[in-house]
Design a protein around this ligand. Structure first.
Ligand code: NAD
Length: 486
């Protein structure tokens, strides 16, 4: 199936404008529509119906009604449901990849190689965890029982739309929770296709619901809703704080996966010819729109010129272009607001006195029709600069020099964020010891393979709670002690 137009999308997804409530696609109450823009062309390619708080109420009621039966369902039934979802994600991988390319500009090769298979990997990880999970353990005469927390609200961002949805929906289903998903209003099409997959996999009516809408309307109503037990949001710090504030009066559990400004600390014995290109490419993966992108490269001062030369050559090898073309390695920024933010931050870096190694403001020649930006590297950056402190969320990297390892660690930790981190070095013992000193939820040593079971989440203002694997699964569980049980 080739998904290139709104009609193809419609055919691929069924009644994609609607909400999915209680096992069926249903019209929403409001008449407002939300345009979906192809970032390569700025053309509106689809519209989805904006849900309202009244639509959310219907979805929550359906999830509440479905909860008693689903929470009591045998583990084998939930495993079978997740297996069918996993199979369907892989069967529909190509239209999913094409929709991601259209709705947020992921290059088709990256959508095929990462967005879709890693979403499937989160479903597989939930299967692996559920298969071996002990919901009851005995300590002395006390039983410790883990039970699904209840009705969950799941709010996801536009940068890894399908992946983030899978990382929340799969463990919530595995745990035996029922849920309402609100995908990003900017990139909601792959979410609608995912909802169709959950439906086709045979999820009991009401178990999984989807209501499109804005954060200010549907998202805020979710956070405040008295009949939602837990809310999990991935998004900006601004939205994460608003969700926590709105959720406080109902004392629901709040899990937040928020922003980052992750360091890539290169120890003096690093193989720079190998580690610098990989560092640039991992920072610019997904056009730099990843919360854990390692956008601060921290390098020994006496290697600065060498690092800059390698970085410049690496950027020259990047192919900026249309995301639908196989050869493209860097597509457009996903939406207009983010495009403007990236252009602003490049200008700020120049005003702050950081030195441009390559890139800069404006657009690559011949690509003015979309939200394309020039991959940009600054050097001579200091931790006082806003380009070294604020999340830019685009292909913009700062190089910061250090004089000794204590100073390098201090620079790495000099941020309000604490999501990801990288340490490079030949002496693994030294790299391990530096990793222990970095205050982030993940640290990667020498670019290891991605791990769907490695807990993911933030220290400091990068969030609360963990996703992925067993830790992500347990966010959807309550703990009950039954004393005198044994
Ligand atoms: P955003 O905060 O604008 O939107 C994220 C989601 O929150 C959307 O679904 C949006 O509708 C909703 N939302 C917005 N305001 C809300 C409100 N008041 N109440 C409830 N919901 C609301 O973020 P974005 O621009 O879509 O995503 C980019 C951000 O996400 C970046 O800051 C990035 O670092 C972060 N992110 C974090 C992780 C992580 O795991 N830590 C992963 C990916 C992205």
């Amino acid at each position: 199936m080739s998904v290139q137009t709104a009609d193809d999308l419609s055919a691929a997804m069924g009644p994609w404008r609607d909400a999915y409530i209680d096992g069926a696609w249903q019209p929403v109450q409001g008449s407002e529509v939300l345009p979906v823009v192809d970032p390569s062309t700025r053309a509106i390619i689809a519209e989805v119906a904006a849900g309202t708080p009244a639509d959310l109420d219907r979805a929550v009621a359906a999830a509440r009604a479905a909860f008693p039966a689903f929470t009591a369902s045998p583990v084998a039934d939930r495993l079978a449901l997740l297996e069918r979802i996993h199979t369907l994600v892989l069967e529909r991988a190509e239209p999913l990849a094409q929709i991601l390319t259209l709705e947020m500009g992921a290059t088709i090769s990256h959508a095929r190689a990462a967005h879709v298979p890693l979403a499937a990997a989160h479903v597989q990880a939930a299967i692996d965890v559920l298969r071996d999970y002990d919901f009851l353990t005995i300590r002395g005469t006390t039983a410790i029982v883990r039970e699904p927390i209840g009705v969950c609200a799941l709010i996801t961002p536009w940068n890894w739309p399908l992946y983030q949805i899978a990382a929340k929906v799969a463990p919530a289903l595995a745990a035996g929770c029922t849920m309402v998903l609100k995908p990003s209003e900017l990139s909601p099409l792959s979410a609608l296709m995912f909802a169709q997959i959950v439906h086709d996999a045979g999820a009991p009516a009401g178990t999984f619901n989807l209501v499109n809408g804005t954060g200010a309307e549907v998202g805020a109503a979710m956070a405040a809703h008295p009949d939602i037990d837990m809310i999990s949001i991935t998004g900006s710090n601004r939205a994460g704080v608003l969700v926590a504030q709105a959720a406080a009066p109902t004392v629901k559990r709040v899990t937040q996966e928020l922003g980052g400004k992750s360091p890539n600390l290169m120890l003096p014995d690093t193989d720079f010819a190998h580690a610098v290109p990989l560092g640039i490419l991992s920072a610019f993966r997904n056009v730099g729109q990843s919360c854990s992108a390692p956008t601060r490269m921290i390098v020994p001062r006496d290697r600065l010129a060498e690092v800059e030369a390698i970085a410049r050559a690496t950027v020259e090898s990047i192919v900026v272009g249309l995301p639908s073309e196989d050869a493209t390695t860097l597509g457009p920024i996903a939406n207009q607001a983010q495009y403007q933010r990236v252009q602003t931050m490049i200008a700020v870096g120049m005003e702050e006195g950081a030195r441009l190694v390559c890139g800069g403001p404006g657009q690559p020649a011949g690509l003015e029709q979309g939200f394309f930006v020039r991959p940009t590297i600054f050097s001579d950056a200091t931790t006082a600069m806003s380009i070294a402190q604020e999340e830019i969320f685009g292909p913009v990297l700062v190089i910061i020099a250090y004089d000794d390892i204590d100073q390098a660690v201090a620079i790495a930790n000099d941020t309000i964020f604490g999501l990801g981190g990288h340490v490079q070095g030949t002496d693994l013992e030294q790299a391990r010891s530096v990793a222990r000193r970095i205050r982030t939820g993940q640290v990667h040593l020498n670019y290891p393979a991605w791990d769907a079971h490695a807990p993911f989440g933030g220290y400091k203002r990068s969030g609360n709670g963990r996703e992925y694997g067993a830790f992500g699964f347990e966010e959807y569980l309550e703990v009950k002690s039954i004393l005198g049980f044994a």
